[in-house]
Design a binder for this molecule. Structure first.
Ligand SMILES: C[S@@+](CC[C@H](N)C(=O)[O-])C[C@H]1O[C@@H](n2cnc3c(N)ncnc32)[C@H](O)[C@@H]1O
Length: 226
């Protein structure tokens, strides 16, 4: 028994990565092709993809929204945890860079989940406002960090009660505690982490996987939060 968490080192990450579902050849090829096309390699890690698939499967999620498609890596990984389109499986992923959206659409079309993934082009804050209330079982936010507070507000409207809000990069690209961070978005992440931890009606925790993943559940009844 232990009342404190074990400090997770890169050795632990390597250990757990070796013991979860590995990235398949298709996703490895997608990553290589994206790099060759000059798309930055900032997709989620394979062990994070596996963890998110487990979350979506255990929540029996059908409809999922992502903000930040990039090359389509996480969209394809998440869609694999959803039922086929005829059974209601649908993943909507939002991207405002045409080049990224073009690349992702081409690879999604060749993937095993082409039936259930739709790329929506546009800015996250615009597209989210077009989505109906309680229309999604889960949301994954992985785009511009300064937009996160607005995406969270919209997600709280879009996700059904009992649904999940996942948010990437809670550890601010490894610079959360840096006094002179190189990345300009670090301060936005710090501020967002405070917002997440104080939002009523949301039960969340930062899981130390990838670059820190917020995993939160929208309470059925906001007054029931512990
Ligand atoms: C970290 S990448 C997403 C990685 C992807 N989720 C994955 O793991 O495979 C962030 C993406 O968000 C896009 N993005 C940034 N700001 C955006 C905005 N305001 N609206 C929509 N997409 C945005 C970027 O162009 C980039 O493709």
């Amino acid at each position: 028994m232990s009342s404190t968490s074990t400090t997770v080192t890169s050795e632990h990450f390597a250990y757990l990565a070796q013991r979860t579902l590995r990235e398949d050849a298709f996703l490895s090829e997608l990553k290589a092709a994206a790099q060759a096309a000059g798309i930055p390699a900032i997709q989620i890690a394979p062990e994070q993809a596996s963890f998110m698939q487990i979350l979506l499967k255990s929540a029996r999620a059908r409809e999922v929204l992502e903000v930040g498609t990039l090359a389509g890596y996480s969209a394809i990984a998440m869609a694999r945890a959803l039922p086929h389109r005829e059974q209601g499986g649908r993943l909507v992923t939002v991207e405002f860079e045409e080049r990224h959206a073009d690349f992702a659409e081409a690879w999604i079309a060749r993937s095993d989940v082409a039936d259930r993934v739709e790329v929506r082009r546009g800015a996250g804050s615009d597209v989210l406002r077009t989505l109906p209330e309680h229309s999604m079982d889960a949301v994954f936010l992985d785009a511009d960090k300064r937009g996160y507070p607005d995406y969270l507000e919209q997600s709280l409207r879009i996700v059904r009660p009992g649904g999940m809000i996942l948010v990437d990069n809670a550890f601010a690209f490894g610079e959360l505690f840096s006094e002179s961070p190189r990345d300009r978005e670090v301060q936005a992440v710090r501020e967002f982490n405070e917002i997440m931890s104080k939002t009523t009606g949301l039960h969340g925790i930062i899981v130390p996987i990838g670059d820190g993943l917020w995993v939160s559940v929208v309470e059925d009844d906001p007054s029931s939060q512990d």
